[in-house]
Write a protein that binds this ligand. Structure first.
Ligand SMILES: Nc1ncnc2c1ncn2[C@@H]1O[C@H](COP(=O)(O)OP(=O)(O)OP(=O)(O)O)[C@@H](O)[C@H]1O
Ligand SMILES: Cc1ncsc1CCO
Length: 277
Protein backbone atom coordinates (compact mmCIF):
# COMPACT_ATOMS: atom_id res chain seq x y z
CA UNK A 1 0.00 0.00 0.00
CA UNK A 2 1.22 3.50 -0.80
CA UNK A 3 2.70 5.47 2.12
CA UNK A 4 0.63 8.60 2.90
CA UNK A 5 1.62 11.79 4.71
CA UNK A 6 -0.34 14.92 5.43
CA UNK A 7 1.25 17.77 3.53
CA UNK A 8 1.13 21.48 4.21
CA UNK A 9 0.50 23.79 1.31
CA UNK A 10 2.99 26.65 0.85
CA UNK A 11 1.57 30.15 1.40
CA UNK A 12 1.66 31.71 -2.09
CA UNK A 13 -1.16 34.28 -2.22
CA UNK A 14 0.71 37.00 -0.28
CA UNK A 15 3.62 36.66 -2.70
CA UNK A 16 1.25 36.89 -5.67
CA UNK A 17 -0.39 40.05 -4.31
CA UNK A 18 3.08 41.63 -3.92
CA UNK A 19 4.18 40.57 -7.40
CA UNK A 20 0.92 41.28 -9.32
CA UNK A 21 2.11 39.23 -12.31
CA UNK A 22 0.59 39.71 -15.75
CA UNK A 23 -1.03 36.43 -16.86
CA UNK A 24 -1.80 35.99 -20.56
CA UNK A 25 -4.87 33.79 -21.16
CA UNK A 26 -6.05 32.40 -24.49
CA UNK A 27 -9.27 30.76 -23.46
CA UNK A 28 -12.93 30.13 -24.22
CA UNK A 29 -15.54 32.92 -24.22
CA UNK A 30 -17.84 30.95 -21.88
CA UNK A 31 -15.73 31.52 -18.77
CA UNK A 32 -13.29 34.22 -19.91
CA UNK A 33 -14.79 36.85 -17.60
CA UNK A 34 -14.61 34.52 -14.58
CA UNK A 35 -10.98 33.72 -15.38
CA UNK A 36 -10.14 37.44 -15.51
CA UNK A 37 -11.99 38.23 -12.27
CA UNK A 38 -10.59 35.14 -10.54
CA UNK A 39 -7.07 36.30 -11.40
CA UNK A 40 -7.78 39.80 -10.11
CA UNK A 41 -9.29 38.35 -6.92
CA UNK A 42 -6.03 36.56 -6.04
CA UNK A 43 -3.79 39.53 -6.89
CA UNK A 44 -2.69 38.79 -10.47
CA UNK A 45 -3.31 40.92 -13.57
CA UNK A 46 -5.12 39.22 -16.45
CA UNK A 47 -4.73 39.92 -20.13
CA UNK A 48 -7.01 38.03 -22.49
CA UNK A 49 -5.63 38.45 -26.02
CA UNK A 50 -5.89 36.15 -29.00
CA UNK A 51 -5.11 37.92 -32.29
CA UNK A 52 -2.38 35.83 -33.96
CA UNK A 53 -0.46 38.99 -34.88
CA UNK A 54 -0.18 40.27 -31.31
CA UNK A 55 0.04 37.21 -29.04
CA UNK A 56 3.81 36.64 -29.31
CA UNK A 57 4.51 40.14 -27.97
CA UNK A 58 1.86 39.87 -25.28
CA UNK A 59 3.12 36.50 -24.05
CA UNK A 60 6.68 37.88 -24.03
CA UNK A 61 5.52 40.73 -21.76
CA UNK A 62 3.65 38.39 -19.38
CA UNK A 63 4.88 36.30 -16.46
CA UNK A 64 2.71 33.23 -17.27
CA UNK A 65 0.57 31.82 -20.09
CA UNK A 66 -2.72 29.93 -19.74
CA UNK A 67 -4.05 28.00 -22.74
CA UNK A 68 -7.58 26.51 -22.62
CA UNK A 69 -9.02 24.36 -25.43
CA UNK A 70 -12.67 24.83 -24.37
CA UNK A 71 -13.81 26.64 -27.52
CA UNK A 72 -11.15 26.41 -30.20
CA UNK A 73 -11.44 28.28 -33.49
CA UNK A 74 -8.96 28.60 -36.36
CA UNK A 75 -7.79 31.90 -34.89
CA UNK A 76 -7.33 30.60 -31.35
CA UNK A 77 -5.59 27.44 -32.59
CA UNK A 78 -3.13 29.58 -34.48
CA UNK A 79 -2.55 32.03 -31.60
CA UNK A 80 -2.15 29.33 -28.96
CA UNK A 81 0.75 27.73 -30.83
CA UNK A 82 2.40 31.11 -31.45
CA UNK A 83 2.02 32.10 -27.78
CA UNK A 84 3.10 28.66 -26.52
CA UNK A 85 6.22 28.73 -28.70
CA UNK A 86 7.10 32.21 -27.39
CA UNK A 87 6.58 31.07 -23.79
CA UNK A 88 8.82 28.05 -24.32
CA UNK A 89 11.53 30.17 -25.95
CA UNK A 90 11.46 32.77 -23.13
CA UNK A 91 11.01 30.19 -20.30
CA UNK A 92 7.69 31.72 -19.32
CA UNK A 93 5.65 29.14 -17.39
CA UNK A 94 2.71 27.80 -19.36
CA UNK A 95 -0.33 25.67 -18.47
CA UNK A 96 -2.59 23.90 -20.95
CA UNK A 97 -6.14 22.92 -19.97
CA UNK A 98 -7.31 19.99 -22.12
CA UNK A 99 -11.01 20.91 -22.05
CA UNK A 100 -13.01 18.59 -24.33
CA UNK A 101 -10.22 16.39 -25.73
CA UNK A 102 -12.58 13.54 -24.85
CA UNK A 103 -15.21 14.60 -27.40
CA UNK A 104 -13.15 16.01 -30.28
CA UNK A 105 -10.41 14.35 -32.29
CA UNK A 106 -9.43 17.81 -33.53
CA UNK A 107 -8.75 18.99 -29.96
CA UNK A 108 -6.94 15.77 -29.02
CA UNK A 109 -4.57 15.99 -31.99
CA UNK A 110 -4.03 19.70 -31.35
CA UNK A 111 -3.33 19.09 -27.65
CA UNK A 112 -0.71 16.46 -28.51
CA UNK A 113 0.91 18.89 -30.97
CA UNK A 114 0.87 21.73 -28.42
CA UNK A 115 2.43 19.61 -25.66
CA UNK A 116 5.13 18.24 -27.99
CA UNK A 117 6.04 21.68 -29.39
CA UNK A 118 5.53 24.05 -26.47
CA UNK A 119 6.42 21.89 -23.41
CA UNK A 120 3.90 23.36 -20.91
CA UNK A 121 4.90 23.25 -17.23
CA UNK A 122 1.43 21.96 -16.26
CA UNK A 123 -1.02 19.76 -18.19
CA UNK A 124 -4.48 20.05 -16.65
CA UNK A 125 -7.82 18.37 -17.18
CA UNK A 126 -10.60 16.51 -15.41
CA UNK A 127 -10.19 12.76 -14.88
CA UNK A 128 -11.89 11.84 -18.17
CA UNK A 129 -9.75 14.30 -20.16
CA UNK A 130 -6.45 13.14 -18.69
CA UNK A 131 -7.38 9.46 -19.06
CA UNK A 132 -8.20 10.11 -22.73
CA UNK A 133 -4.92 12.03 -23.18
CA UNK A 134 -3.14 8.93 -21.86
CA UNK A 135 -4.88 6.84 -24.53
CA UNK A 136 -7.39 5.24 -22.17
CA UNK A 137 -11.14 5.03 -22.71
CA UNK A 138 -13.20 7.46 -20.65
CA UNK A 139 -16.81 8.05 -19.66
CA UNK A 140 -16.98 11.78 -20.42
CA UNK A 141 -20.17 13.52 -21.53
CA UNK A 142 -18.91 16.40 -23.66
CA UNK A 143 -16.64 18.54 -21.49
CA UNK A 144 -17.83 16.90 -18.25
CA UNK A 145 -16.03 14.02 -16.55
CA UNK A 146 -17.84 10.70 -16.11
CA UNK A 147 -18.55 9.56 -12.54
CA UNK A 148 -16.90 6.20 -13.41
CA UNK A 149 -13.62 8.04 -14.11
CA UNK A 150 -13.33 9.68 -10.65
CA UNK A 151 -10.51 8.59 -8.36
CA UNK A 152 -11.21 5.80 -5.86
CA UNK A 153 -9.17 3.33 -3.77
CA UNK A 154 -9.59 0.64 -6.46
CA UNK A 155 -8.06 2.67 -9.30
CA UNK A 156 -5.52 4.75 -7.31
CA UNK A 157 -2.43 2.59 -7.98
CA UNK A 158 -3.22 2.30 -11.71
CA UNK A 159 -3.83 6.06 -12.05
CA UNK A 160 -0.59 6.88 -10.23
CA UNK A 161 1.40 4.69 -12.65
CA UNK A 162 -0.42 6.03 -15.72
CA UNK A 163 -0.16 9.73 -14.82
CA UNK A 164 3.42 9.40 -13.55
CA UNK A 165 4.40 7.97 -16.97
CA UNK A 166 2.75 11.00 -18.61
CA UNK A 167 4.56 13.39 -16.24
CA UNK A 168 7.92 11.78 -17.06
CA UNK A 169 7.25 11.59 -20.81
CA UNK A 170 6.18 15.26 -21.05
CA UNK A 171 8.37 16.66 -18.25
CA UNK A 172 5.24 18.40 -16.95
CA UNK A 173 3.21 18.31 -13.76
CA UNK A 174 -0.18 16.69 -14.36
CA UNK A 175 -3.11 18.37 -12.59
CA UNK A 176 -6.29 16.29 -12.57
CA UNK A 177 -9.53 17.68 -11.12
CA UNK A 178 -12.60 15.98 -9.71
CA UNK A 179 -14.07 14.93 -6.36
CA UNK A 180 -10.50 14.36 -5.22
CA UNK A 181 -7.94 16.41 -7.14
CA UNK A 182 -4.62 14.79 -8.03
CA UNK A 183 -1.26 16.40 -8.81
CA UNK A 184 1.34 14.08 -10.28
CA UNK A 185 5.00 14.95 -10.78
CA UNK A 186 8.24 12.99 -11.05
CA UNK A 187 8.63 13.34 -7.26
CA UNK A 188 5.27 11.93 -6.21
CA UNK A 189 1.56 12.48 -5.93
CA UNK A 190 -0.55 15.02 -4.05
CA UNK A 191 -4.23 14.40 -3.35
CA UNK A 192 -6.55 17.26 -2.39
CA UNK A 193 -9.88 16.55 -0.74
CA UNK A 194 -11.14 20.11 -0.49
CA UNK A 195 -14.12 21.12 -2.60
CA UNK A 196 -17.86 20.70 -2.99
CA UNK A 197 -19.99 19.10 -5.71
CA UNK A 198 -21.49 22.59 -6.23
CA UNK A 199 -18.20 23.58 -7.94
CA UNK A 200 -18.91 21.08 -10.71
CA UNK A 201 -22.39 22.60 -11.29
CA UNK A 202 -21.07 26.09 -12.06
CA UNK A 203 -19.56 26.24 -15.53
CA UNK A 204 -15.95 27.31 -15.81
CA UNK A 205 -14.67 26.52 -12.31
CA UNK A 206 -12.08 24.23 -13.90
CA UNK A 207 -11.12 27.03 -16.32
CA UNK A 208 -10.76 29.47 -13.40
CA UNK A 209 -8.59 26.95 -11.58
CA UNK A 210 -6.35 26.76 -14.68
CA UNK A 211 -5.98 30.54 -14.73
CA UNK A 212 -5.18 30.65 -10.99
CA UNK A 213 -2.63 27.84 -11.30
CA UNK A 214 -0.90 29.72 -14.14
CA UNK A 215 -0.68 32.78 -11.88
CA UNK A 216 0.78 30.77 -8.97
CA UNK A 217 3.43 29.36 -11.37
CA UNK A 218 5.05 32.80 -11.06
CA UNK A 219 5.69 32.31 -7.32
CA UNK A 220 6.06 28.54 -6.88
CA UNK A 221 7.17 25.36 -8.61
CA UNK A 222 4.57 23.69 -10.86
CA UNK A 223 3.65 21.21 -8.09
CA UNK A 224 3.50 23.94 -5.39
CA UNK A 225 1.43 26.22 -7.63
CA UNK A 226 -0.99 23.42 -8.53
CA UNK A 227 -1.35 22.37 -4.88
CA UNK A 228 -2.03 25.91 -3.67
CA UNK A 229 -4.54 26.56 -6.47
CA UNK A 230 -6.58 23.36 -5.91
CA UNK A 231 -6.70 23.93 -2.14
CA UNK A 232 -7.69 27.59 -2.58
CA UNK A 233 -10.42 26.78 -5.12
CA UNK A 234 -11.71 23.87 -3.02
CA UNK A 235 -11.83 25.89 0.21
CA UNK A 236 -13.38 28.89 -1.58
CA UNK A 237 -16.02 26.53 -3.00
CA UNK A 238 -16.76 24.98 0.42
CA UNK A 239 -17.20 28.41 2.02
CA UNK A 240 -19.20 29.81 -0.91
CA UNK A 241 -21.58 26.84 -0.72
CA UNK A 242 -22.15 27.47 2.98
CA UNK A 243 -22.78 31.20 2.43
CA UNK A 244 -25.01 31.09 -0.65
CA UNK A 245 -28.55 30.17 -1.70
CA UNK A 246 -28.56 28.77 -5.23
CA UNK A 247 -26.10 28.96 -8.10
CA UNK A 248 -26.28 32.71 -8.67
CA UNK A 249 -25.11 33.67 -5.22
CA UNK A 250 -22.66 30.73 -5.16
CA UNK A 251 -20.98 32.30 -8.20
CA UNK A 252 -20.68 35.66 -6.46
CA UNK A 253 -19.53 34.14 -3.16
CA UNK A 254 -16.90 32.05 -4.95
CA UNK A 255 -15.22 35.20 -6.29
CA UNK A 256 -15.62 36.83 -2.84
CA UNK A 257 -13.86 33.90 -1.12
CA UNK A 258 -11.02 33.84 -3.70
CA UNK A 259 -10.50 37.50 -2.84
CA UNK A 260 -10.88 37.28 0.95
CA UNK A 261 -9.23 33.96 1.90
CA UNK A 262 -5.82 34.50 3.50
CA UNK A 263 -2.74 32.31 3.23
CA UNK A 264 -3.20 31.41 6.90
CA UNK A 265 -6.77 30.16 6.26
CA UNK A 266 -5.79 28.26 3.10
CA UNK A 267 -2.85 26.58 4.88
CA UNK A 268 -4.92 25.58 7.90
CA UNK A 269 -8.00 24.36 5.96
CA UNK A 270 -6.11 22.50 3.18
CA UNK A 271 -6.76 18.75 3.03
CA UNK A 272 -3.63 17.66 1.21
CA UNK A 273 -1.95 14.25 1.25
CA UNK A 274 1.45 13.38 -0.22
CA UNK A 275 2.28 9.95 -1.63
CA UNK A 276 6.05 9.84 -2.30
CA UNK A 277 7.21 8.18 -5.53
N1 LIG B 1 -17.68 16.11 -6.69
C1 LIG B 1 -16.86 17.12 -6.35
N2 LIG B 1 -16.61 17.35 -5.04
C2 LIG B 1 -15.78 18.35 -4.67
N3 LIG B 1 -15.16 19.18 -5.54
C3 LIG B 1 -15.36 18.99 -6.86
C4 LIG B 1 -16.22 17.94 -7.34
N4 LIG B 1 -16.21 17.98 -8.69
C5 LIG B 1 -15.40 18.99 -9.05
N5 LIG B 1 -14.87 19.60 -7.95
C6 LIG B 1 -13.97 20.77 -7.94
O1 LIG B 1 -14.44 21.67 -8.94
C7 LIG B 1 -13.35 22.33 -9.59
C8 LIG B 1 -13.45 22.10 -11.10
O2 LIG B 1 -13.21 20.74 -11.36
P1 LIG B 1 -13.90 19.95 -12.56
O3 LIG B 1 -13.30 18.58 -12.58
O4 LIG B 1 -15.38 20.06 -12.48
O5 LIG B 1 -13.33 20.80 -13.78
P2 LIG B 1 -13.77 20.89 -15.28
O6 LIG B 1 -14.49 19.65 -15.72
O7 LIG B 1 -12.54 21.26 -16.05
O8 LIG B 1 -14.75 22.15 -15.19
P3 LIG B 1 -15.22 23.21 -16.31
O9 LIG B 1 -15.03 22.55 -17.67
O10 LIG B 1 -16.65 23.50 -15.98
O11 LIG B 1 -14.36 24.43 -16.16
C9 LIG B 1 -12.08 21.75 -8.96
O12 LIG B 1 -11.64 22.66 -7.97
C10 LIG B 1 -12.54 20.43 -8.33
O13 LIG B 1 -11.80 20.09 -7.19
C1 LIG C 1 -19.65 25.00 -21.37
C2 LIG C 1 -18.34 25.03 -22.06
N1 LIG C 1 -18.23 24.57 -23.34
C3 LIG C 1 -16.99 24.66 -23.80
S1 LIG C 1 -15.88 25.31 -22.68
C4 LIG C 1 -17.13 25.51 -21.52
C5 LIG C 1 -16.85 26.11 -20.19
C6 LIG C 1 -16.37 25.13 -19.20
O1 LIG C 1 -15.21 24.46 -19.57
Amino acid sequence: MTERMTKTVLPLKEQLIKKQPLVHCITNPISINDCANGLLAVGARPIMAEHPAEVAGITASAKALMINLGNITDVRMSSMLIAGTQAHQDEIPCLIDLVGVTCSELRMNYAIRFVNNCHPYVIKGNFSEILAFCGRSSHAAGIDAGEEDQLCENNLEDRIRLFHDLAVRTDAVILITGRTDMIVSREGVLLCDNGTPVLSRLTGTGCMLGALTAAFLTVGTPAEASAYAVCLMGIAGEQAAALSHGMGSFHTELINRLDLLTDHEVCSLAKLIFLPQ
